[in-house]
Design a protein around this ligand. Structure first.
Ligand code: PMP
Length: 410
């Protein structure tokens, strides 16, 4: 059901730009799972896209001190000088990228950064290439901006990564952007320097195409994977690349709502125009907290990632031990995106046939009381996403329940 049908039923006519945007499958499953929980069912929710850790104390302390200093007023439009300096240092230190302060923008979450970028650049009918599985907001934001998402299926056989051939074939004179996300929500797949190279070579041949990279999960990578970002790998593309990042996932700060980006000056300026009419500026207190996050100790990131890695291994091994499931080992983020083709065509104990990944996830919720999100919500089936940003005890229990629910299928 789209927002359009929901609001039309209430006798209200929405703008056409939101007509085809659906209510997020993730939110719908979350709402159903929470309702079941309220009814006393022991539901384990593996749907949330946020770390279960708390925001570190030194970051909270910085926010409190900012309040006491009276930093409770509007700040500079697209980020306080202090935060922009901390971001400039972060890009230099961690990504070997040099951005001037006026090539940096700060918004109310990386989501607003993406929104500002699309609002500032998309004309009706402009095309935006988005590999699937994708974070659903990408296509919804493009559609709100009256652009056309061009979805390219990138399944497990290509490691859920876009290939140069597919990218080349998708580019048209109307292509404005390519959106890449590494490590990815929902697949956890990440692009190494070698994976990026052929894509960047394609982009070098198409100067009208801009590149937006979402590096939100930069710090959550495993084993010996080395995180890299395209503007660092290919300086010739830097003038048409927007490098998006934020504090939500790395520093467990989802509720503080601070995201940022580095990019070419004219784009950053145009994005500020959008932001000036939407929010005036990001929260002053959250900006002060984010300065402490970026400038402060970074060693806890390693410990947290080590803990995520234990959970990743637990979940991947648990899923692959189940007949009919096939889970690729993700390089990063805190999600697994497991194939469930082997479950299609099976029948539940009460006689329902599982035709799709949505049916499979509904069965897991009803029978095993485990909430996971079907691949269809991310534009690629038949798969399902587990967010393992929860305790090992809960994950073990959830895996046991999934395994036993699967054995009850015939
Ligand atoms: N990009 C990706 C890939 C995400 O998963 C998320 C959050 N789910 C965001 C961006 C947005 O993060 P925020 O708005 O909290 O900064």
């Amino acid at each position: 059901m789209t927002i359009n049908t929901t609001v039309r039923e209430a006798g209200f006519l929405p703008a056409s730009r939101i007509a085809s945007i659906g209510v997020s499958e993730i939110l719908k499953i979350g709402a159903r799972a929470s309702a079941m929980k309220r009814d006393g069912k022991p539901v384990i929710i593996l749907g949330a896209g946020e770390p279960d850790f708390d925001t570190p104390d030194h970051i909270k302390q910085a926010a409190w001190e900012a309040i006491q200093r009276g930093e409770t007023k509007y700040t500079a439009l697209d980020g306080s000088p202090d935060l922009k300096k901390a971001i400039r240092e972060k890009f230099q230190r961690e990504n070997d990228l040099a951005y001037e302060l006026d090539e940096i923008t700060v918004g109310t979450g990386a989501k607003q950064i993406l929104f500002n970028a699309m609002m500032a650049t998309i004309n009706p009918g402009d095309e935006v290439i988005i590999p699937t599985p994708y974070w659903t907001s990408y296509s919804d934001i493009v559609q709100i901006c009256e652009g056309r998402p061009v979805l390219i299926a990138c399944d497990a056989s290509s490691g859920f990564r876009l290939t140069a051939e597919k990218l080349e074939a998708a580019i048209t004179p109307k292509t404005r952007w390519v959106l890449l996300n590494s490590p990815s929500n929902p697949s956890g797949a990440a692009y190494s320097a070698a994976d990026y190279r052929p894509l960047l070579d394609v982009l070098l041949r198409h100067p009208h195409v801009w590149l937006l990279v979402d590096d939100m999960y930069e710090h959550i990578v495993y084993d010996d994977f080395r995180f890299v970002t395209p503007a660092q790998l290919e300086p010739r593309l830097k003038a048409r690349t927007l490098t998006v990042n934020g504090v939500s996932k790395a520093y467990a700060m989802t509720g503080w709502r601070i995201g940022y980006a580095g990019g070419p000056r004219p784009l950053i300026k145009a994005m500020a125009v959008v932001q000036s009419q939407a929010t005036s500026c990001p929260s002053s207190v959250s900006q002060a907290a984010s300065v402490a996050a970026l400038n402060g100790p970074q060693d806890f990131l390693k410990e947290r990632t080590a803990s995520f890695k234990r959970r990743r291994d637990l979940v991947v091994n648990g899923l692959n031990a189940i007949d009919g499931l096939d889970c690729r080992v993700p390089e990063g983020a805190f999600y697994t995106f497991s194939g469930c083709a082997g479950m299609l065509g099976k029948v539940t104990p009460d006689g329902k046939r599982i035709e799709t990944d949505t049916d499979f996830c509904a069965y897991l919720l009803d029978d095993a009381h485990v909430a996971v999100v079907p691949g269809s919500a991310f534009g690629l089936s038949p798969y399902f996403r587990i967010s393992y940003a929860t305790s090992e005890t809960e994950l073990k229990e959830a895996l046991q329940r999934i395994a036993s629910a699967c054995t009850r299928l015939s």
